[in-house]
Design a binder for this molecule. Structure first.
Ligand code: HAM
Length: 537
């Protein structure tokens, strides 16, 4: 019986043509827009030290506390440790030792026992036995024995002898090289700021405007618009204060750029919501006020929120639990805890948006799920029914003026955002499908080829490929059929993928022409080869 086929892991998926053409179009448009605004691309590693996210994104956030893919890396068996341990253990019996490499040594004994070839391994199997045998057979003149020393975390175990005559000795202990905790990036801002610090980008004195496009990983419950591997298109603007990184103009420029990008992509009815969560000082006072307000009612909240009410009360505000909403609505508002600077900053951001004509809504409850935010925070949403199910946030972002210092770097205020590319794709597909003005919504992500060449008979295959080469080199998009196809099958295949079919038979080749049918009009003509490119354009 065939074994069950291996499937993509839950929460991950394959992206296939023609849909990938829409992904490519989105990414190309984003690159074009970002370039016009002076951004350059940054690519950071897919995995980072776990500590980066714990410190940057925050231990108490959902992302860090329950959604990260984390593993111990470098926790590998260390043969040298086992060897040193074993040799110390039997030290007074050893006359001499020749250490060959990490995993093997030759030992001579004081008590007259025959010399041994010894291998140090974490597990014994047939390959290890064969390796010891090979070593022994290479030692001409050395009448030796073979021994395998195996680490055994559960403690010493009686030795045995294999049928091949090799001694196997089990030594208690766990011999590992020190390990490092690594995590698949759940977001890219922390990685960008780490790179900013590591490469001393601040020392250039210039404002850094960076964008990225890439996969992120969160172990969330998969549903429409929410995946365990998803893609973000993001930007970060940061630099020393002297580069203007703290100016409200930066916030407004980033928001105006997003409005432009969504408009150019054709996203309809997007809505910008924004808020100020204040400086870290403001937040301290606000958190204290929240704790106080939550104390008498927190027993009515769900379990997670009861804990957060103590540890990180701001997180209670973005609870999605409907049962908690009444309590949340009655809590104090951050706007009343902003100091003069934060308030003036936010007012200036709004004024610049007004000047640019970018519409927005101030949402005093918008706090976002990551701890690094200060002052301006925002989300762009689309209305229900735009293809996202309950996940209506297309993108989110905000200011993170203290993040660089949290990661041990210099002061480097910044602001950025990340678009959920999966959600953008779903939105564009859903909006196109319901657009009555657009009878061919799929044209957004599928573009037909210029021509399909149908060779008549296998003898014409090579000539068809040569013609395809000529047309492709002239910049046309071309597919080549096969001479074994019947004419009807060629027409059907061509109609699916191309605007024209080129029929290449004996006649056409003899007269240096091609028969071209245009599917849109039904017109069929014989065209001299020299005019073919112009005809197909
Ligand atoms: P975030 O709000 O966690 O922010 O994610 C940004 C966007 O990524 C969300 O609005 C959503 O569209 C998308 N997204 C998040 N999780 C998933 C998922 N499981 N499946 C599909 N899409 C998802 C950040 O990541 C910040 N780093 C943004 C930022 C940049 N702030 C400042 N600079």
């Amino acid at each position: 019986m065939a074994s069950p086929s291996v499937k993509a892991v839950r929460g991950t998926r394959d992206l296939l043509p023609p849909e990938t053409a829409l992904w490519a179009r989105i990414e190309q448009t984003a690159r074009d827009v970002f370039t016009r605004y002076g951004f350059g691309e940054i690519r950071t590693p897919i995995f980072e030290a776990t500590e980066l996210f714990a410190r940057g994104v925050g231990e108490e956030t959902d992302i860090v506390s329950k959604e990260m893919y984390t593993w111990e890396d470098g926790e590998r068996f260390d043969a040298v440790q086992l060897r040193n341990h074993w040799m110390r253990k039997i030290g007074d019996r050893i006359e001499g030792s020749l250490i060959e490499d990490d995993v093997s040594a030759e030992i001579e004994y004081l008590d007259g026992s025959p010399p041994e070839v010894v291998h140090f391994v974490s597990r014994v199997d047939q390959r290890v036995i064969a390796a010891v045998q090979a070593k022994l057979s290479n030692r001409e003149g050395l009448l030796g024995m073979g021994r395998v020393v195996v680490q055994n975390p559960a403690g010493d175990k009686p030795s045995e002898v294999t049928p091949e005559g090799i001694a196997v000795e089990y030594v208690g202990g766990d011999f590992h090289r020190s390990s490092q905790s690594l995590t698949l990036r759940p977001e890219n801002t922390a990685g960008v700021v780490r790179a900013y610090i590591e490469h001393k980008l601040g020392e250039t004195g210039a404002l850094q405007k960076l964008f990225y496009i890439g996969p992120q990983f969160r172990r969330e419950r998969p549903q429409r618009g929410r995946y365990r591997q998803f893609w973000q298109i993001g930007c970060e603007v940061l630099g020393p204060q002297s580069s203007g990184s703290e100016s409200p103009v930066r916030d407004a420029e980033v928001l105006e750029m997003l409005a432009t990008l969504l408009d150019e992509l054709g996203v309809k009815n997007w809505r910008l919501e924004l808020n100020s969560v204040g400086s870290s000082e403001d937040r301290k006072r606000y958190n204290a006020a929240l704790r106080e307000a939550l104390a008498p009612v927190k027993h009515k909240l769900n379990e997670d929120n009861q804990r957060r009410a103590e540890t990180n009360p701001l997180r209670v505000l973005d609870s999605k639990d409907p049962a908690d909403q009444e309590i949340i609505d009655a809590l104090p508002r951050i706007a009343d805890y902003l100091d003069d600077d934060s308030r003036a900053h936010f007012t200036a951001v709004l004024a610049a948006l007004d000047a640019c004509g970018v519409p927005y809504t101030v949402n005093p409850r918008l706090v976002r799920g990551l701890d690094y935010y200060t002052r301006t925070t925002f989300e762009f949403t689309v209305p229900d029914g735009s293809g996202l199910g309950t996940q209506n946030a297309l993108l989110g972002g905000g200011r993170y003026d203290g993040l660089s210092e949290m990661l041990g770097g210099p002061k480097a205020p910044g602001i950025g955002f990340a678009i959920g590319e999966d959600r953008l794709v779903l939105t564009l597909q859903a909006q196109a499908a319901t657009d009555i003005d657009d009878p061919h919504p799929e044209a957004l992500w599928t573009k037909k080829l210029d021509a399909y060449i149908a060779p008549m008979g296998a003898e014409r295959n090579a000539a068809a490929l040569a013609l395809a080469r000529e047309l492709r080199r002239a910049g046309l998009s071309v597919e080549v059929g096969d001479g074994s196809f019947r004419l009807k099958k060629s027409f059907e295949a061509a109609d699916r993928v191309a605007r024209h079919i080129i029929i290449l038979g004996e006649d056409e080749l003899a007269s240096s022409t091609a028969t071209v049918k245009t599917f849109a009009t039904g017109e069929q003509v014989k065209v001299p080869r020299a005019e073919l490119v112009a005809k197909l354009r």
